[in-house]
Design a protein around this ligand. Structure first.
Ligand code: AMP
Ligand code: ZN
Length: 136
């Protein structure tokens, strides 16, 4: 993808603070971090989101996160992590190149990503599992 900033960063055309690199991925520090050490796992190949990402790369991205977490925990002395991955502008995705956020959390600061819990209605408890299973 010619005009994709994350293609350029992942491919090394634009420099970024790189925590890890192999043939398929580059892991960089987020330029607008939610917390200290906020990192992004970028596949080097362009896929817009999880819908497009091939299954094997999706699995590799999570495996890579699993490998990075203990190293980041030691390096940053953090107490927990969010793994966040936005799909679509409605979900807040601002860069249309798949990326997995690794967001360190610090006990004294509380969770870096929060949402307000709503209510799951009896109707939805009945209907949603049925509808999803029908579409699997
Ligand atoms: P999302 O909202 O899930 O698409 O996340 C995009 C993330 O990319 C945001 O957290 C941005 O701070 C980060 N970001 C955007 N441009 C850059 C860049 N050039 N280098 C590093 N991080 C970036
Ligand atoms: Zn791209």
């Amino acid at each position: 993808m010619d005009n994709c900033i994350f293609c350029k960063i992942a491919g090394g055309e634009i420099p970024a603070a790189t925590l890890y690199e192999d043939d398929e991925f580059r892991v960089i520090l987020d330029a607008g971090p939610a917390s200290r050490g906020h990192a992004l796992i970028l596949p080097k190949a362009h896929y817009t989101d999880l819908f497009e990402l091939p299954e094997d790369l999706a699995a590799k991205a999570v495996k890579l996160a699993k490998r990075l977490l203990p190293a980041m925990k030691k390096a940053l002395n953090c107490d927990g992590f969010h793994l966040v991955q936005n799909n679509g502008t409605a979900a807040g995705q601002t860069v249309p190149h798949y990326h997995l956020h690794i967001i360190p959390c610090y006990a004294d600061k509380g969770p870096a990503a929060v949402w307000t819990p709503g209510e799951c209605t009896d109707e939805d408890r009945e209907l949603i599992p049925k509808l999803v299973k029908e579409n699997l």
